[in-house]
Design a binder for this molecule. Sequence first.
Ligand SMILES: *[C@@H]1O[C@H](CO)[C@@H](O)[C@H](O)[C@H]1NC(C)=O
Ligand SMILES: *[C@@H]1O[C@H](CO)[C@@H](O)[C@H](O)[C@H]1NC(C)=O
Ligand SMILES: *[C@@H]1O[C@H](CO)[C@@H](O)[C@H](O)[C@H]1NC(C)=O
Ligand SMILES: *[C@@H]1O[C@H](CO)[C@@H](O)[C@H](O)[C@H]1NC(C)=O
Ligand SMILES: *[C@@H]1O[C@H](CO)[C@@H](O)[C@H](O)[C@H]1NC(C)=O
Length: 457
Amino acid sequence: MKKSWWQLHILAFCMLGLGSKLVGEAFQPEFAEPISNLTIPVGRDATFRCLVQNLGGYRVGWVKADTKAIQAIHVHVITNNHRVGVSHNGQSVWNLHIRNVQEEDRGQYMCQINTDPMKSQMGFLEVVIPPDFIAEETSGDVMVPEGGTAKISCRARGIPQPKVMWRREDGSDIVLRDSHGSKTKVQMYSEEVLTLTKISRSDMGAYLCIASNGVPPSISKRLQIKVHFHPVIQVPNQLVGAPIGTDVTLECYVESSPKSINYWVRDSNEMVISSSKYEVVNTMISSFESRMVLTVRKLTLADVGGYRCVAKNSLGEVDSVIRLYEIPGQTVKNTSPPKLKDDYKYSTPMEGPDNQFGSADRPDDEDERETEDLPLQTSIVSKYDNITKNRTLFVSNNASGQKISNKIRKIIDNFNVEEFRVNKANKSNHLALTTTIYYSFAQICISIKYSLLLVFY
Ligand SMILES: *[C@@H]1O[C@H](CO)[C@@H](O)[C@H](O)[C@H]1NC(C)=O
Ligand SMILES: *[C@@H]1O[C@H](CO)[C@@H](O)[C@H](O)[C@H]1NC(C)=O
Ligand SMILES: *[C@@H]1O[C@H](CO)[C@@H](O)[C@H](O)[C@H]1NC(C)=O
Ligand SMILES: *[C@@H]1O[C@H](CO)[C@@H](O)[C@H](O)[C@H]1NC(C)=O
Ligand SMILES: *[C@@H]1O[C@H](CO)[C@@H](O)[C@H](O)[C@H]1NC(C)=O
């Protein structure tokens, strides 16, 4: 401290010496206004401006207050920091320039006039640094089994200390579950560590960590949470009838992560592959849902029987059987498949217990969606219509993966119920009555299967 004061006195003394011939003039110099404080991002240039009136023969000098290091006197740079420079405009505007500002430049800068006693005023240089992720403390992609816990962290440095927040890339809510199972949905989560307990497949997707501290640019990091689970198959129609000579389509919906290998197998255990007889199409509907479609062309008696759709991933394997039977006695006029599905109205979503299968936390999700999604119903169904007709690849938009999942269920429910009604209407026809029994049986089977699914979850 003493030493510093001593240095200051030396400076004052030097300046007095330089201006000695004019000491004693009538007007004493004054500062015209305070020095502005500066906030400068690292790497940019800073300029302090000192406005002086009536300088006369006195001199203006610059000192860094914390280190007492003399920066400049009059037009001469004293410090050996070559990033420092001075300029002036006449006798009243005196500038101190610091190029390519560095963290060590932070501090008070004093503009002095070598009067006796000397006059001075100060301005503060704040050096700010935009955010930067601390790689070692920021997570990458994670994989978690369904029901497990994903803990992702994101830390950033910068000056001032950056704030970090999490959000989902597709804009859907982050679902936080506590140990009692109650859920909170948030658009943004503003902690460094995001812990997702009892994770569900609907939590799967890309998450963004965004760090900002008011110094541009803000930065973001994207990471994937993959939720793994045993594959599940849902089959809209487990009994499919068609007249000989027509093309007939069988379909299965698969949910699986990691992505499953999907294929069809006949009763005889032979694998069904695309050929002139069969067309096999797998379509991804979302990151974890896909649709398997098998078209049997020009049905013959040899084609009648069971077809198994199989989905296999690293966590396991699942299959489901579809029975293909002949509807006898119908003349073959056109070769299009029996347009069972396309003719139905999907506008009335099915309510009731049939809807409630799937993972444990789904039913209440569905309840919430029921109202808000209804207008979407027709458009989503139309998309499926178009797939059925065209078989083009349809990739769902990111946000609606889970919604579609629910739609599929509704569509599936409708298929079952509508077919049941159709066949009821034809009770007079003995054949159809048999079919009705088949379908009732299928209904019971499906119900049992869904109950099992419920129990399973
Ligand atoms: C600069 O900041 C200091 C506090 O660090 C404050 O007292 C002073 O009034 C500020 N100067 C100006 C011109 O705003
Ligand atoms: C079905 O696809 C056709 C063209 O592929 C398109 O013009 C039509 O709008 C689609 N239908 C619906 C309901 O999206
Ligand atoms: C079927 O899909 C193809 C390829 O996407 C497209 O060019 C064609 O217009 C579609 N046809 C119909 C009838 O939608
Ligand atoms: C889905 O996400 C990808 C990037 O993750 C993005 O490029 C694409 O536009 C998104 N699709 C939709 C339909 O939002
Ligand atoms: C009932 O059966 C008759 C022929 O037996 C058929 O023309 C009609 O389309 C069937 N009705 C329905 C709703 O399938």
